[in-house]
Design a protein around this ligand. Structure first.
Ligand SMILES: Nc1ccn([C@H]2C[C@H](O)[C@@H](COP(=O)(O)OP(=O)(O)OP(=O)(O)O)O2)c(=O)n1
Length: 128
């Protein structure tokens, strides 16, 4: 893949970032660069991004549609189906991250705070 398509980063560098547990902020920056390089910032309004994300949730749902209950770890799934699932999960995540960024929300910070709030609302069971 050409350097111009990946904005100076090689595929190896991108995959290396993946192996190093890429942060939400890194992904957010990559998405900003992606939109800028294509002059797509004008399309990335909060409403458009929300609708795009919901569309991807629909595509994600289609993978599970009509399969019945699915065992954890997806033991009986073809590798190609798992790869497809990874792609659709990623599309949802990427639009969510972009939506948060465009709205000026620090998603990592907000999610960490929400986990604390959830824990207070739903205290763990105390066993003696
Ligand atoms: N205006 C756009 C269009 C696409 N994307 C990015 C975010 C998603 O990760 C991915 C979505 O691309 P597609 O709309 O081509 O959707 P799919 O990859 O799901 O393709 P298809 O719907 O053909 O299965 O591309 C984006 O940031 N902004």
């Amino acid at each position: 893949m050409g350097e111009e398509i990946l904005q100076g980063e090689s595929m190896e560098e991108i995959l290396q970032g993946e192996a190093m547990e890429i942060s939400l902020k890194d992904l957010s920056k990559k998405l900003e660069e992606f939109a800028k390089a294509r002059d797509w910032e004008k399309f990335h309004s909060p409403r458009n991004l929300l609708l795009a994300m919901v569309g991807e949730v629909g595509e994600l749902s289609e993978i599970f549609q009509w399969r019945g209950e699915v065992d954890k770890g997806l033991p009986n799934w073809e590798e190609s189906d798992k790869e497809h699932l990874g792609e659709e999960l990623s599309d949802v995540l990427l639009y969510l991250i972009r939506l948060a960024d465009i709205c000026g929300i620090d998603l990592g910070d907000a999610a960490a705070k929400k986990i604390v709030k959830n824990a207070i609302k739903y205290p763990p069971k105390v066993t003696f």
